[in-house]
Ligand binder design. Structure first.
Ligand code: M6R
Length: 592
């Protein structure tokens, strides 16, 4: 969702750092951008519709500043709705949703306030301004006390040079200290390389950047002692180099990400969480989007090797089923960012029910990691493109390892697939050799307006993940379907030239998926088949066949998805879209 940054810069010129922060935060939202800087006792504001580039020629002098990249919730992307919003002596940036904003706005309008934007955020700055009697921190606290919903805010006040006051409730906020200044930001990765140490805020806390100090307060305005930890330089936001997009660079990084994740997992102590998983009579797994697809793969592997049911739920739906989760259950929560609001909420509810929580995240000090009993870290490093690619492959590596560790705890031996995990990185690199063929397929299908992805059992998961990628960045309607379900309704849409992409990585199921291929072709459809088996490809009626690397079947999803990720990328580019910033989306979904 929106990205916020605040800083007090040593030497008194904060613009370059705030602007650089906005570029790093752009993946959180990119429909408008804005900066406010306090110079002496005057606040200057520059804001515009568009991405960070819209402010490339702007500059404001001053040492304390706040910045914002917007992902619109209330009010269309426009100069007026861009943050910062101002009232009286204050300017504010906000990430989150003020759920009672309509009632607050009505009250403020009745009191004579005039609103310049359609945003929910403008009510916050007005509340703060009206609460102000000379105490900046108290005014921010009092303004926030009226809010329902979620917020991370950073505020400037003309009476307080070199000061930024922030508050957090349910939206992420982290403070950091660096050689050149002190910072707050909605994202740990955006501070990497800038800050030597970081400290995430908890809900209900306020942060005050004053001069070169970072002070934390609780909601009663008592000082809170916090511990700063060294920031993870490994996750620093990278340049995309010679690649056409971050997404392309991130796909190319999959072998490295898999091998680093494998190495990190080897060094991890799984004793506590493996014991819990081994003893559980059922396991819940929650996540959103691509991360949810990872949980489906986990189910196939964990159910087989642990012999207990794994119940996968989209995190946004899990809240309606929390009555089912109990003390002896284990919840596995998966999230690249570690900040997805629905997943964090599911974790909180599971904890409240007394369940043990294992999380898999790519950001070590994230909200979800902090809430969990055990955190299993991926080493995908920063993923900038909105479409998740390398984080998905790494999630599978973590989840397969988790299942294997639990299995070993339960039975005394590792399942045989455990020994093939290090080979995934090599197989991933091998998968790149499919790209010229995939490129040709994308060229052939680039004008299509809909397609199906089919697979059985674990290949069904790869199908839904491939379909999500194509939908998300190429804007082509696509649906992942179990191959056996085709004739129960879906086949009705297949007509001459309708594209279907089929995946077969389990030989025992090849004949059955081939039946679906034949049914599509009999109706004039166009089938592209991906499989590691020469014989399956040779015997198929599919018009396009692509051989993918052979990987043992429990682990195949971590590799068979790669040609589909690349297919989505090429479909997107050939249709003239930007893969890194798909319309209407943001990388980190921190509102429910
Ligand atoms: O950060 P998370 O893994 O929790 O994010 C979950 C989803 O929002 C995310 O996977 C989304 O579906 C991707 N953009 C899909 O490519």
């Amino acid at each position: 969702m929106c990205g916020i940054i605040g800083c007090v810069q040593r030497g008194g010129d904060c613009w370059p750092r705030v602007y650089d922060g906005l570029k790093r935060l752009e993946y959180r939202g990119y429909d408008s951008v804005g900066v406010a800087v306090l110079d002496q006792n005057a606040i200057g504001i520059r804001k515009k519709k568009g991405g960070a580039d819209a402010l490339a020629d702007a500059y404001l002098k001053g040492g304390a500043g706040i910045g914002h990249t917007r992902w619109a919730t209330h009010g269309a992307p426009s100069d007026e709705n861009a943050h910062p919003h101002a009232a009286g002596k204050f300017a504010l940036v906000h990430n989150g949703i003020v759920e009672n904003f309509a009632a607050l706005k009505e009250e403020l309008v009745a009191a004579g306030e005039v609103f310049l934007s359609e945003t929910d955020s403008e009510v916050i700055v007005k509340l703060i301004s009206r609460a102000y009697t000379g105490d900046f921190l108290r005014a921010v606290r009092d303004g926030c006390a009226r809010l329902e919903g979620s917020y991370a805010i950073a505020v400037l006040c003309e009476d307080f040079p070199d000061t930024v006051v922030c508050a957090k409730c349910k939206s992420p906020l982290v403070a950091g200290t660096g050689a050149d200044g002190v910072y707050v930001c909605s994202d740990i990765p955006a501070l990497s390389g800038v800050c030597g140490s970081i400290c995430p805020a908890s809900d209900g806390e306020l942060i005050c950047l004053v001069g070169q100090r970072v002070l934390f307060y609780d909601f009663n305005l008592n000082a809170v002692d916090k511990t700063f930890t060294p920031s993870d330089g490994g996750s620093a936001v990278r340049e995309r180099g010679a690649f056409t997009s971050y997404m392309e660079e991130e796909i190319a990084d999959i072998p490295r990400a898999l091998s680093d994740t494998y190495a990190a997992l080897k060094g991890m102590d799984f004793t506590a969480c493996a014991r819990k998983l081994a003893a559980a009579e059922r396991i819940f797994a929650v996540a959103c989007g691509t991360a949810f697809h990872s949980t489906l793969s986990f189910r196939f592997v964990a159910e087989k090797c642990l012999g207990v049911p794994v119940i996968c739920e989209r995190a946004s739906e899990f809240r309606y089923k929390t009555r089912l989760i109990q003390k002896d259950d284990v919840l596995v929560a998966v999230s690249q960012s570690g900040e997805t609001a629905d997943t964090a909420e599911a974790v909180k509810r599971a904890k409240a029910a007394g369940a043990y929580v294992v999380s898999v995240t790519n950001v070590r000090h994230s909200t979800i990691a902090a809430l969990s009993d055990t955190n299993v870290p991926m080493r995908a490093n920063a993923e900038i493109a909105v479409a998740a690619t390398k984080s998905y492959n790494c999630q599978l590596m973590c989840l397969f390892t988790l299942a294997a560790e639990a299995c070993c705890k339960k039975t005394g031996v590792y399942p045989s697939f455990y020994y093939d995990l290090p080979a995934l990185s090599f197989a991933a690199r091998e998968a790149f050799s499919c790209f010229p063929e995939v490129d040709a397929l994308a060229s052939r299908l680039k004008e299509k307006s809909a397609m199906y992805f089919l697979g059985r059992d674990a290949d069904f998961v790869t199908a839904v993940e491939g379909a999500l990628k194509v939908k998300e960045i190429a804007y082509v309607f696509s649906e992942g379907y179990p191959a056996g379900e085709l004739k129960h309704g879906t086949l009705a849409l297949v007509e001459k030239g309708f594209p279907v992409i089929a995946i077969v990585t389990q030989k025992s199921l090849a004949k059955k998926t081939e039946n679906a291929v034949a049914e599509v072709i009999a109706r004039g459809g166009y089938v592209a088949l991906f499989s590691p088996f020469e014989s399956v490809l040779k015997e198929s009626a599919a018009q396009f066949c692509c051989k993918i690397p052979a990987v043992r079947e429990e682990l195949a999803g971590a590799v068979s998805v790669i040609p589909l990720q690349y297919f989505a990328l090429r479909m997107c580019q050939l249709r003239g879209h930007d893969p890194d910033k798909p319309r209407n989306l943001a990388k980190s979904v921190t509102v429910e």
